[in-house]
Ligand binder design. Structure first.
Ligand code: 3HC
Ligand code: NAI
Length: 701
C-alpha cells in the first residue's frame, strides 16, 4: 500500500506530495515518508530541484495533535525539517489552504515558498498551550524580524497570502490555482535563473538589528501580562524568539526544544487540546446524518436585548430578518436596539457607516403582524420570559408560518415541550438558546424537545455554523445544560456569601482561577432582575427544607439591577464598566446573616474555588447522566463558550479529571456532611470513582 507521501518526476523536478486526509497532519507516517522522499530525491541523479505540496483541500495543517501526550515516534519533526533545509538541491514548497504550525515550519525549512492566492499561514501552537517546536520560533524571526515574529507567534493568528508576502514569510503568490503546478512553475524559474539554495536558518539580516534590543522582549512580556493572563506558553514563545536573536541557530533550536517540552508537559496543554477536540466532537450528534432544514429567511419575535442581538447575528451572516414587536413604539425601540449594536461596530472600526446602512436597508424589515412571517423558514421567539406570553406567541406562529418552517424559542429556562404542545406541529419546535450579547457570544444551545424532528435539530446546528457559533445539543430541563448548572453553583456562591465570604472575595478568587469575570460581576452585567423573576417563578415549588439565600432579593427590591441601574452587587458611578465594592451591599449581607443567626466565618480563595467547582462538576455529572448533555465534553464546551470558564483548564469536567474525580467526590461528601439539604453526590460521579474511570471515558463512546 502506498504511504501518505508520494514522489513523481516532472523532468528535472521531483514533486513530493503529502496526502493524509483530512488536513495532512504530520503523523509519524507522514514525517517518515517526507524524510525518505526528500532524501531519495536529493540523492537521485537527474533531479535538480524538489517541490513539496499537499494533496486535497490544504497543505499541512500542523503536527498530528492526536499523537500529543503519547510516547514520541521517530523521526522527530525538527530533524526532518533540518534535513530538508540542509539539502544541496533547491526545495520549493507550494502552499494552499492552511499551512499551520508544523506545516508552516516545514515550509520555513524549504528554500523557496510560493503561496496560492487563498492560502493562509500561521503558527497557532499558542492556542494549544504550546510554542512552535520544529524551528518555527528560530526561522520566523530570521525571515520577518523579531518584533513581527513575537506578534505572530504569541497571537497564533492566521495570515493571508498577501500579508505573508509583505512580511517575508513567502516569496511569491502564484497565478496557478493548483499547488503542484505553482510549485513546478516556481522551481523552473529557480533552475532557469540558477538561484542558489537559500536557508532560513542562515539568514541574519532581519535579526541583526534586534540583537541587544532587550526592551523589545521586555515590552512583549509586559503586554502579555494582561493579554495572556494566567497562560503559560505565550511567555515561552517570547523566550524562544529571544533565543533566536541571542544564540547561534543550532543553540536556539535546542532552547526551543526544551521550552516546547516544558509546554508539552503542562496541564494547560492538556486543557487546551481537550478544548480543541471537544469543540469539534460536540458536532457529533444523533441527528448529524439528517438533512438540515434550509434556512434562507428568519423572523425574530421581540426586539429587546436578545432579539436585537440575534437579529444582528443573523443579518451580519447574510440572512434577511423580519422583526416582529407588539406595538409601534416597541418596534421603534427594537429597531433602535439593532441600530445601536451596529453603531457600536462602526465606532470600534469593525464596520463602515455605509456597510451599516446597507445592512439595515437590505436585511431588516419591521412588522407588527405575524402575516409578515409567511415566507420565513425559521422564527426565533425572544419575548418576555413568561410561559403565558410564549404560548400566545407560538399559537400565532403556528397559524402564520409555512409548513416545514422551524419555530424556535430563545427561552432561558422554560419547558420547550410545553411551548411546543400549543402548536399543531411540535416536530418543528426547538429551543435556540443564545447568550447575551447574542451577536458576540459564541455558544448556541440547541434544545431538542421530545418531539423535535432530526432535520430541525440538524437545522439548528447548520444555523450555528453559518453564524460562526458553537452549537451544543441539550435536552429539556429547567435551564438546559448551562443555566441549570449555573443555578447550582451560583447558589453555592450565595451560601458562601451568607456564611461569611464577601461577593468581592468570591469574584476575586474566581478571576484568579482564570474565569473571565466573577459571578457577581457577571450578574450585574446581565441584570439582576432576570434571576429575580426566575426565583419568583420557582418559589411556589421550592423545597421548604432547601436553604434559600435572600440577599439578591433584598438588593433587587431596592431597584438595584446591576450595571444598567448604576448599582447591583457593585457600584458603577457615572456609568463605569468596572464596579466598586459597595458598603451598603455589605450592610445588607450583614443584616441577612444576623437575621438567620449566622456567625460569619472566613473563606480562603482556595476554599471558594473548590466549593464552587465541586457544585459545578457534581451538577454537570447529573446533566450527563440524565442525557440533557450527550457527553461530559458537551458540558465543557457549554461552560467554555457561554460562561467564561478558562479555556486552558479544558472545561469543568476536564478539570475534574485532571484534579482526580476521587478528590472532587471527597469534597462533595465533606460539604454534604455540613449541609445535607444542598449537597448530594451525583450517582455518576460515585460510579466513575468506584470504577476507577474518568469523565473522559464517556467522551469516547
Ligand atoms: N492533528 C490532528 N487532527 C486534526 C488537526 C491536527 N493538527 N487539525 C485538524 N484535525 C482534524 C479535526 O479534529 C477534524 O477531525 P474530525 O473530522 O474527526 O472532527 C478534522 O481534522 C477537520 O478539522 P476541522 O473540523 O477543524 O476543519 P476546518 O476545515 O474547520 O479547519 C483547520 C481546518 C483550520 C486546519 C483546523 O482544523 C485547525 O485549525 N487545525 C489545527 C491547526 C493547528 O493548531 N496546528 C498546529 C498543531 S501543533 C504543531 O504543529 C506543533 C509543531 O510546532 C511541532
Ligand atoms: P427584553 O425584555 O429585553 O425583551 C423582550 C422583548 O419582547 C421586548 O422588546 C418586548 O416588547 C417584546 N415582546 C413582549 N411580548 C411580545 C409579543 N407578544 N410579541 C412581540 N414582542 C413581544 O428581554 P430579553 O432579555 O431580550 O429576553 C428575551 C428572552 O430571551 C427571554 O425568554 C429570556 O429568558 C431569554 N434570554 C435572555 C438572556 C439575557 O441575558 N437577557 C440570555 C438568553 C436568553
Amino acid at each position: 500500500m502506498a504511504g501518505p507521501v508520494t514522489t513523481e518526476r516532472r523532468g528535472k523536478i521531483a514533486v513530493i506530495v503529502v496526502d493524509n486526509p483530512p488536513v495532512n497532519a504530520l503523523s509519524q507516517a507522514v514525517r517518515q515518508g517526507l524524510d525518505e522522499a526528500v532524501a531519495a530525491a536529493q540523492a537521485e541523479d537527474g533531479v535538480q530541484a524538489l517541490v513539496v505540496a499537499g494533496a486535497g483541500r490544504t497543505f499541512i495543517a500542523g503536527a498530528d495533535i492526536r499523537e500529543f501526550g503519547k510516547p514520541p515516534q521517530p523521526p522527530a519533526l525538527p530533524e526532518v525539517i533540518n534535513r530538508i533545509e540542509a539539502g544541496a538541491k533547491p526545495v520549493i514548497v507550494a502552499l494552499h489552504g492552511t499551512a499551520l504550525g508544523g506545516g508552516l515550519e516545514v515550509a520555513l525549512g524549504c528554500h523557496y515558498r510560493v503561496a496560492l492566492p487563498g492560502a493562509r499561514v500561521g503558527l497557532p501552537e499558542v492556542s494549544l498551550g504550546l510554542i512552535p517546536g520544529a524551528g518555527g520560533t528560530q526561522r520566523t524571526p530570521r525571515l520577518i524580524g523579531a518584533a513581527q515574529a513575537v506578534e505572530l507567534i504569541t497571537s497564533g493568528r492566521h495570515v493571508g497570502a498577501e500579508e505573508a508576502l509583505a512580511l517575508g514569510l513567502v516569496d511569491e503568490i502564484a497565478e496557478e490555482d493548483d499547488p503542484v503546478a505553482a510549485g513546478v512553475a516556481f522551481a523552473e524559474t529557480v533552475l532557469a535563473e540558477g538561484r542558489p539554495v537559500r536557508r532560513s536558518g542562515e539568514a541574519e539580516d532581519k535579526i541583526a538589528a534586534d540583537r541587544g534590543n532587550a526592551t523589545l522582549f521586555a515590552d512583549a512580556r509586559k503586554a502579555l501580562e494582561t493579554k495572556a493572563r494566567g497562560l503559560f506558553s505565550p511567555f515561552k514563545c517570547v523566550d524562544a524568539v529571544e533565543a533566536a536573536v541571542t544564540l547561534p541557530f543550532a543553540e536556539g533550536l535546542k532552547r526551543e526544544r526544551a521550552l516546547f517540552l516544558e509546554c508539552m508537559d503542562s496541564p494547560q496543554r492538556a486543557g487546551l487540546i481537550h478544548a480543541f477536540f471537544a469543540e469539534r466532537e460536540v458536532r457529533k450528534i444523533p441527528e448529524a446524518k439528517a438533512e438540515p432544514r434550509e434556512i434562507a429567511a428568519v423572523g425574530v419575535i421581540g426586539g429587546g436585548t436578545m432579539g436585537a442581538g440575534i437579529a444582528v447575528a443573523l443579518m451580519t451572516a447574510g440572512l434577511p430578518v423580519v422583526l416582529v414587536e407588539r406595538d409601534a413604539e416597541s418596534l421603534a425601540r427594537g429597531r433602535a436596539n439593532v441600530e445601536g449594536i451596529l453603531d457600536g461596530g462602526v465606532k470600534r472600526g469593525k464596520m463602515t457607516a455605509e456597510a451599516r446602512d446597507a445592512l439595515l436597508a437590505s436585511k431588516l424589515t419591521g412588522a407588527l403582524d405575524y402575516e409578515a412571517l409567511a415566507e420565513v423558514d425559521l422564527a426565533i421567539e425572544a419575548v418576555f420570559e413568561d410561559m403565558a406570553v410564549k404560548k400566545q406567541v407560538f399559537t400565532q406562529l403556528d397559524a402564520a408560518l409555512k409548513p416545514d418552517a422551524i419555530l424556535a424559542s430563545n427561552t432561558s429556562y422554560l419547558d420547550v415541550d410545553e411551548i411546543a404542545a400549543v402548536t399543531a406541529r411540535p416536530q418543528d419546535v426547538i429551543g435556540l438558546h443564545f447568550f447575551s450579547p447574542a451577536h458576540v457570544m459564541r455558544l448556541l444551545e440547541v434544545v431538542a424537545a421530545a418531539k423535535t424532528a432530526p432535520e430541525v435539530v440538524a437545522g439548528g446546528f447548520a444555523l450555528a455554523k453559518r453564524l460562526g457559533k458553537v452549537a451544543v445539543r441539550a435536552g429539556v430541563c429547567d435551564g438546559f445544560i448551562g443555566n441549570r448548572i449555573l443555578s447550582v453553583y451560583r447558589r453555592q456562591a450565595d451560601i458562601m456569601v451568607e456564611d461569611g465570604a464577601s461577593p468581592y472575595a468570591i469574584d476575586a478568587a474566581l478571576l484568579d482561577f482564570g474565569f473571565a469575570m466573577g459571578p457577581y460581576a457577571v450578574a450585574d452585567l446581565a441584570g439582576l432582575d432576570i434571576g429575580w423573576a426566575n426565583r419568583k417563578r420557582l418559589a411556589p415549588t421550592r423545597d421548604p427544607k432547601e436553604r434559600y439565600v435572600e440577599i439578591a432579593d433584598r438588593i433587587c427590591e431596592r431597584g438595584w439591577f446591576g450595571q444598567k441601574t448604576g448599582r447591583g452587587f457593585y457600584l458603577y458611578p457615572e456609568g463605569a464598566r468596572r464596579g466598586e465594592p459597595d458598603p451598603e451591599v455589605e450592610a445588607i449581607i450583614a443584616e441577612a446573616r444576623a437575621k438567620k443567626g449566622i456567625a460569619p466565618r472566613d473563606f480562603t480563595a482556595e476554599e471558594i474555588v473548590r466549593r464552587y467547582l465541586a457544585a459545578m462538576i457534581n451538577e454537570g455529572a447529573r446533566v450527563v447522566a440524565e442525557g440533557i448533555a450527550l457527553r461530559p465534553l458537551d458540558v465543557d464546551v457549554t461552560l467554555l463558550y457561554g460562561y467564561g470558564f478558562p479555556r486552558w483548564r479544558g472545561g469543568p469536567m476536564k478539570y475534574a479529571d485532571l484534579r482526580g474525580l476521587d478528590r472532587v467526590l471527597a469534597d462533595v461528601r465533606a460539604y454534604q456532611a455540613e449541609d445535607p439539604a444542598s449537597w448530594q453526590p451525583a450517582r455518576l460521579l460515585v460510579d466513575l470513582v468506584e470504577g476507577g474511570e474518568s469523565f473522559d471515558s464517556l467522551n469516547r463512546v
